[in-house]
Structure formats: C-alpha cells, structure tokens
Design a protein. Structure first.
Length: 198
C-alpha cells in the first residue's frame, strides 16, 4: 500500500493541500467495503477536500490564451518523457504544456486530461488510458464535475510548474470553440477558427 503525503503542511485551498472529492469518496467506499470501524468511516467522510481559492481561480484567469503560446505536437511532447536526460520533463493538462515532473511518471511527456476524466468517473485507467493521444475530450462538452476535476489537476501543474511554456497543437485543433468562459479564450488552433485544417 502506498500513502501520499505532502512534504510540508499546505493550506486546505492550495492545489496540493487537500485530497479531491473523488479521492475522499474512494477512501470512504473502500473503508465501507472493508467494514472498518464506523468512527473511522465517519472521520473519512469529513475529510477536507480541495476547493480552489480565490487566488487559484485568479491564476486560472491569468493563463495566456492558446494563441499566445508556441504550439507543440504530441510527438514533440513525447520527447520530454524523462527518457532523455538532456531534455526537461514536460507534462500537459487541458492542452497546456508545463515544464513539470508530475508525481507519476505515466504523466510525463503527454497530456493527462483524458486520464483525469477516466479517474474522476471511476473507470479503469490501465485498460482505458489513451496515453495522451488524439482524440482529446472537448472541454466544452464535459459535464461540470469532470471539467472541474480536470481544471483542478491543471491547478496543480500551474502551482508546481509555473506558467505553461506551450500548448498541445492537436488538443487545441480539436477544440472547435474560440472561447470557454472561465477556462480558455483565444483559441486560434480550433477547427472553427481554421477551416482549412478540417
């Protein structure tokens, strides 16, 4: 069994401060299935969960539009998977590429959006993960809890890796929308913005 704990205590509303609602619910479900002490189950049910702070929501709003960043292809991103010591490790979330060594190596050199959505929905990752390949989820079509879970993962990348260094070209080519309030704006790579790419 593996237990993940922060190296230092963080505020509850920090992107890495508390567990997600999804993870808390996994713990509660497991405790019930193992018929653990009711007092322990109640304690788990009342665990604090991550809710983005006003500061984190403001940081989301400061992300540059996709059109303001260089575009990187899936193949180019894959070269930053940690296998070449001369190249920094990159990870992508919601189509934004960060210079960041995510906790799990499976997240290196790829976009994790679809993986996060599978995780949030309780779908087996090993059998269904797309390894960060196309087609990508359309952010505007995700149900609100799935979209928020994906954005909360991006919050973690932003908190750990700083501002994004690029956008994932294929991800944004598949997002037909120019804008999605509170999530992104200025997407000129989407098919709606570039009819010739259809």
């Amino acid at each position: 069994m593996t237990v993940y704990t922060p190296r230092s205590q963080l505020p509850d509303d920090h992107p890495e401060g508390c567990c997600s609602v999804r993870y808390r619910d996994v713990l509660v479900k497991g405790a019930r299935e193992m018929d653990l002490d009711p007092a322990w189950i109640e304690k788990l049910e009342h665990l604090a969960t991550y809710t983005p702070s006003a500061e984190t929501l403001a940081a989301r709003a400061t992300l540059p539009p996709p059109s303001a960043l260089p575009a990187m292809t899936i193949a180019e991103l894959a070269e930053h998977d940690g296998s070449n010591p001369e190249k920094a490790v990159y990870s992508s979330s919601c189509g934004y590429v960060f210079e960041h060594r995510a906790v799990f190596k499976v997240m290196w050199g790829r976009d994790v959006t679809f993986r996060n959505i599978l995780q949030m929905r309780g779908i087996n990752l090993e059998a269904n993960d797309d390894n960060g390949r196309s087609p990508f989820p359309k952010l505007s079509q995700l149900e609100p809890p799935a979209l928020e879970y994906a954005l909360q993962y991006r919050d973690r990348f932003l908190a750990k890796g700083g501002m994004p260094i690029a956008v994932l070209r294929e991800f944004w080519e598949e997002q037909a929308e120019h804008d999605l309030a509170g999530v992104f704006n200025g997407n000129t790579l989407g098919v709606a913005a570039s009819p010739s790419s259809v």
